[in-house]
Design a binder for this molecule. Sequence first.
Ligand SMILES: [Zn+2]
Length: 114
Amino acid sequence: MHELALVEEILKACQQAAASHRMRRVTAVHITVGELAACQDALRFAWEACRGRFPPLEEARLEIQEVPARWACPHCGTQYPEPLPRCPGCSAGHPRLESGLELRMDYLEGDGSP
Ligand SMILES: [Zn+2]
């Protein structure tokens, strides 16, 4: 499952960020995920399954900001939410994917060291 590997990467990055910010406990992790990058339910499931192995993230919530997929016409710039074979504006082909594949960690919430 692709989401499991993604979640492990995110958890590793969070663990490093928590260490460099001297956080004793992470309560939430905010990420941005493109609609096409990963399935949210699978990410949440993998998060629950893996976080216990990544102190201090054992209790951290996963907060997902989803970015919808958008395609744009390379000819006239019209944007549309599906990969249409023909642009609805000018009927040119080959739409370009504008967004929907993002996956990034935004920030952590938690307690610092005293
Ligand atoms: Zn067009």
